[in-house]
Design a protein around this ligand. Structure first.
Ligand SMILES: *[C@@H]1O[C@H](CO)[C@@H](O)[C@H](O)[C@H]1NC(C)=O
Ligand SMILES: *[C@@H]1O[C@H](CO)[C@@H](O)[C@H](O)[C@H]1NC(C)=O
Ligand SMILES: *[C@@H]1O[C@H](CO)[C@@H](O)[C@H](O)[C@H]1NC(C)=O
Length: 355
């Protein structure tokens, strides 16, 4: 699919082979406390994946009015309360209230240009750690953490969640995202759980990469116990940055709990994995040579790609203009006006290298 050099591809395969070679061996030690109260529920997961898919839509007007082609089905009636568009960093998010679920939904989209391949190569080669504040020895991926912490996402999401809770009471919060959006959603859930309490925050991500080391994963499991990390068949992204079981303390490590969507004898199953975060019998059981980028783009039958594959900056800028003219030409008769936050020239962050 990509046009990268064979040598790079070969080295990448070796990397991944090493990282999956040891499955079937010893069990990973459990790093999680067992008070999991977020059990996998197909209907709920389907609604959440639809939110994670909708945040990729580039027509902001249709998102604002919740009339986009992906704003249907289980998410009908969603009350959009805040849309964040960061043109410069190619980030997008929305916050709103799902009255059927009686929950605040936070959905975050990450950078994804027309080739997932480039992004995947970056994850293999440019993995850089950052010390996570107030958690000794916990290290996280610099790019993912900065994309959440050092942009407008963090303050705006926090504020929008507080405002929604002021209006509707302390209803629970569901944070979601796919791919790099899932990585940022994880940091967001951790942040909200620290400030609002672990019980009220639920996280469900789809095809997210690893974001920190084992120490971080273990903190994460305690602070955000209501976490489901869905993986799909041979999706390559959950295998990145690579994990080496023989270097457990030095490499990236997933937090629990993975739920692996895959086909068994022609039936789609959702396998609930162990609480190690790195269950060798779930997606890690796939041999590295068979990992694929295409399984990354569909979850639960829902399309997880952007609806427009031009480069992010151009599409978003165009869409921002569209929404601006919509807002100025319509008097919005809404009890709760939507906050629309545009960032045309925010702090530049570098998603791929160290600081
Ligand atoms: C699954 O979630 C849906 C939607 O929230 C809910 O209506 C249903 O009762 C749940 N099912 C179970 C078995 O908990
Ligand atoms: C995270 O954001 C806070 C508040 O903006 C800032 O003070 C802090 O330095 C950031 N942390 C890192 C590690 O960049
Ligand atoms: C797959 O589904 C068919 C039809 O529902 C069923 O008969 C079969 O036992 C299922 N196979 C497995 C492995 O669950």
């Amino acid at each position: 699919m990509g046009r990268y050099f064979p040598a790079v591809a070969a080295a990448m395969v070796v990397f991944l082979l090493l990282s999956t070679a040891s499955h079937g061996g010893r069990r990973e030690p459990n790093i999680k406390n067992s008070e999991q109260s977020f059990v996998f529920n197909y209907t709920l997961a389907k609604a959440i994946v639809e939110y994670a898919s909708a945040v990729y839509m580039t027509d902001l007007t249709a998102m604002y009015t919740w009339t986009c082609s992906r704003c249907n089905d289980l998410t009908q009636g969603f009350e959009v309360r805040c849309i964040i568009v960061d043109v410069e960093n190619c980030l997008q998010a929305f916050i709103g209230v799902d009255h059927n679920l009686n929950a605040i939904i936070v959905a975050i989209r990450g950078t994804q240009e027309n080739s997932v391949q480039n992004w995947i190569e970056d994850l293999v080669w440019k993995q850089v750690y950052l010390n996570y504040p107030n958690m000794p020895d916990a290290k996280v991926h610099t790019g993912f953490y900065s994309a959440y912490n050092n942009t407008l996402l963090r303050p705006v999401i926090t504020n929008a969640v507080r405002k929604a809770r002021k209006l509707y009471g302390d209803i629970s919060i569901i944070v979601t995202g796919h791919s790099m959006g899932g990585a940022m959603a994880s940091f967001c859930a951790l942040d909200l759980a620290i400030s609002l309490g672990s019980d009220d925050v639920h996280l469900m991500t789809f095809g997210q990469p690893r974001i920190g080391n084992a120490v971080f994963a273990s903190y994460f499991a305690k602070i955000v116990p209501n976490t489901i990390r869905v993986t799909h068949e041979h999706d390559i992204v959950p295998h990145l940055p690579p994990y080496f079981s023989f270097l457990r303390d030095l490499t990236y490590h997933h937090f629990p709990r993975e739920v692996w969507e895959h086909t068994v004898d022609g039936n789609t199953t959702f396998q609930v994995c162990d609480d190690s975060g790195e269950d060798p019998d779930c997606c890690r059981s796939v041999f590295a040579l068979f990992l694929s980028a295409s399984d990354h783009l569909t979850y639960m039958g829902v399309d997880m790609g952007a609806d427009d594959w031009s480069t992010c900056r151009i599409v978003m800028a165009h869409s921002v203009e569209q929404l601006r003219s919509y807002l100025t030409s319509n008097i919005i008769m809404s009890k709760n006006p939507v906050d629309v936050i545009f960032v045309d020239h925010s702090v530049q962050i570098d998603l791929s290298t160290s600081s």
